[in-house]
Design a protein around this ligand. Structure first.
Ligand code: URA
Length: 214
């Protein structure tokens, strides 16, 4: 299943427009805040596909049959670019366990690279709902490598892939390699350039959130 949240008009489109805008990007806090807000909206959309249970609660006036989330998901993010979106998800799934994995592009040549994985910390994901966050789903290789690493900690019963901007190619790669995943994107762009950056995209999401690396 693929859900592109830009298919319908909503305030999300303005947030996506602002994170793409080279002038607005100069305000790093605004960039992070918009990414966090998109994370919140995506968490809300994903919550519609989760299980809820009835709970009787007492208001000051009477009892009420409420519906509450039956179980919290595990939220797994790829460092470092995933952090602002991760916070957006945590704002809504506020009791969720979290997993983190660091990944970076180790360049063999100017345009060729391998995905190098590093720090990994994760709870058991056995029979859990797993939400994998990577803001820029470019080739999809980081996401797939991260997923394989997280699978060492169990088999989830449901998997969501959450990205800000996905490339068409990245979507197709994930659909082929992870057919069980529900993919959510705030926007889908047509192309990758020769450096495997998404075009038009927004540039480097990690640098825009936290500053340029050496
Ligand atoms: N990572 C980014 O930050 N941007 C891209 O376009 C691709 C990967």
């Amino acid at each position: 299943m693929l859900q592109n949240l830009s298919d319908n008009n909503s305030i999300l489109s303005q947030f996506v427009s602002e994170i793409r805008d080279i002038d607005i990007q100069k305000d790093r806090m605004r960039f992070r805040t918009n990414v966090e807000r998109i994370g919140e909206i995506m968490a809300y959309e994903i919550s519609k596909l989760l299980s809820f249970e009835n709970k009787e609660i007492q208001t000051p006036l009477a009892k009420h049959q409420s519906k509450i989330l039956a179980e919290q998901p595990v939220i797994a993010s790829i460092l470092r670019a995933g952090l602002p979106m991760h916070q957006g998800f945590l704002n809504y799934f506020d009791k969720a366990d979290c997993a983190f994995l660091s990944a970076f592009r180790k360049h063999i040549s100017e345009t060729e690279f391998e995905i190098e994985l590093g720090y990994l910390v994760s709870p058991s994901i056995e029979n859990k709902v797993l939400i994998l966050i990577d803001p820029m789903l470019a080739t999809g290789r980081s996401m797939f490598s991260a997923y394989q690493s997280f699978l060492k900690n169990g088999n989830p019963k449901k998997v969501f892939v959450a990205s800000l901007i996905s490339s068409q190619q990245g979507i197709e790669f994930i659909q082929q390699k992870m057919p069980e995943a529900h993919i959510f994107a705030a926007a889908i762009d047509p192309e990758l350039n020769s450096y495997s950056y998404i075009v038009p995209g927004l540039g480097d999401a990690g640098d825009l959130s936290f500053g340029e690396k050496l």
